[in-house]
Design a protein around this ligand. Structure first.
Ligand SMILES: [Zn+2]
Length: 467
């Protein structure tokens, strides 16, 4: 989901199998991942792994959604962060009496209160056990009375500290030119097991600065408010002195792009591409009545990009690079925006093909619609080539070195063949039904396909999944 797939123009970001091999080697030698260099392809590998970990409890029963209410003060000159966090935490398991959170080790906790608190410790010495936040300390809260599954606990904590450029990823930072805070830091008490949460963050910052947030962002009297009511897995806050934003909307779907150093014409072009993609997906997939998607072009040359649902971040690029690789950028945005619809299957098993193959094929459909059939056919041909001698989709280990080729390329070829077999109209009908029914398993997928196109088509497809 956060992966840049085989993207000719954006090769530096792509996750290639050798990255997974490197990761394995690194894991063998450095179980805590401490010494892995932050090269860009590796970071995409991490993003993928992070996603797998974050969603590894995907099928667990629903409890309440944890909620953060944060008052955040940013003193840019001193690179100082001051936060007052009220977290409504829901236990995901029975008998939880120890809670663990990750928080950047430069932050010092001033107070922490919650019901039945015995003590808390904040270990900033030992390496962080969670591989994606290597600069985090580990906050452990001991309770005298265990929480039952689904039980809520109110936790308040206040902390302060100095965060410069977070070195491992070189994405998150508090600098005068650019502020970018997210879970890589992590600037808020982060627990992977919470998975998805909602939040309201009130940000106070030097009035010269403007804020970009993942979620609804508005300027109130002397602070900014960023709120997210759709459960998500990160709290992203960005700021700079002069942020340009362009917005547009069509048929209830809206799109904005924020940037500081990109030319207006390029930003508008990218925004229009994004809106065009959303508009077409809205028509093809239906179901979502209103949605806001965002793109941010961060003014940093290092660190690469990343994506959350409906929120895509690029690092700085030159106009020339954009226009030379326009289809590559288009495809990347189209893949990430497709996950607004394709997100229901578990991401830690082979059933992730229901997310990734469909998101990638949706992106190719968008390319076909926008750039013509010849371009589409070239991309299909390249995927067909790569899919040769690849293992079956069914049962592929998500950590297999061929997993990305199988899910992003081979899965696409299967969907392309299915579209050719049942026809474009039926194929679109199939996509609509899968989304409306929130299909999250291959078994459910085959049932929908049987209902639409008959048992023979469905059986044939099932066999292909095993080949
Ligand atoms: Zn994806």
């Amino acid at each position: 989901m956060w992966q840049m797939t085989d993207n000719p123009g954006l090769a530096a970001h792509s996750l290639r199998p050798h990255c997974l091999r490197q990761l394995r080697k690194a894991q063998e030698h450095h179980p805590k991942f401490k010494n892995i260099t932050g090269e860009i392809p590796m970071r995409w590998t991490f993003c993928l792994l992070l996603l797998i970990i974050l969603t590894s409890c995907f099928v667990t029963e629903k409890t309440g959604t944890s909620f953060y209410k944060i008052d955040l003060k940013l003193d840019v000159n001193r690179q100082l962060l001051n936060a007052n966090v009220d977290l409504t935490y829901y236990a995901k398991k029975e008998r939880v009496d120890i809670l663990t959170f990750y928080l950047h080790r430069n932050l010092s906790i001033e107070t922490l209160t919650c019901k039945n608190l015995v003590e808390y410790t904040f270990n900033t010495e030992d390496p962080c056990a969670f591989p994606f936040t290597p600069e985090a300390g580990t906050l452990t809260i001991h309770l005298s009375k265990p929480l039952q599954k689904g039980e809520a606990l109110q936790i308040n904590l206040q902390y302060v500290g100095k965060i410069g450029v977070v070195t491992q990823w070189e994405i998150n930072r508090i600098t005068k030119e650019w502020i970018e805070l997210g879970m890589y830091t992590p600037w808020f008490p982060y627990q992977p097991a919470i998975e998805n949460f909602t939040y309201i963050v009130d940000v106070k910052i030097d009035p010269e600065y403007q804020i970009i947030g993942m979620g609804k962002t508005k300027k109130l009297d002397d602070y900014w408010q960023v709120s997210q009511e759709n459960p998500t897995n990160d709290i992203i806050i960005m700021a700079a002195k002069e942020i340009h934003t362009k917005k547009n909307q069509r048929n209830g779907l809206s799109m904005d792009i924020s940037y500081t150093a990109t030319s207006d014409s390029t930003a508008v072009d990218m925004m229009e591409q994004g809106l065009w993609i959303l508009d077409n997906y809205g028509e093809w997939f239906s179901d979502i009545k209103a949605y806001k998607a965002s793109i941010v072009i961060a003014p940093r040359n290092i660190g690469g990009g990343y994506a959350r649902r409906g929120f895509v971040v690029f690092n700085h690029f030159e106009d020339e690079d954009y226009y030379q690789n326009k289809i590559g950028y288009f495809r990347y945005i189209a893949h990430e925006f497709a996950h607004i619809w394709w997100l229901n299957a578990p991401t830690n098993t082979w059933e992730d093909w229901l997310n990734e193959s469909f998101a990638e094929y949706s992106a190719l459909m968008a390319v076909r619609e926008k750039f013509g059939n010849e371009t589409f056919k070239d991309l299909i041909q390249a995927k067909r080539q790569k899919s040769k001698n690849m293992p079956a989709i069914k049962g592929i280990d998500r950590m297999d070195e061929n997993a990305s080729t199988v899910l992003y390329d081979k899965g696409c070829i299967l969907l392309h063949e299915l579209e050719a077999e049942i026809g474009n109209d039926n194929f679109l009908q199939l996509l609509k039904r899968l989304i409306i029914n929130k299909v999250k398993s291959t078994e459910q997928f085959l049932k929908v396909l049987t209902d639409l196109s008959g048992i023979e088509v469905s059986n044939k497809f099932e066999k292909k999944l095993s080949r």
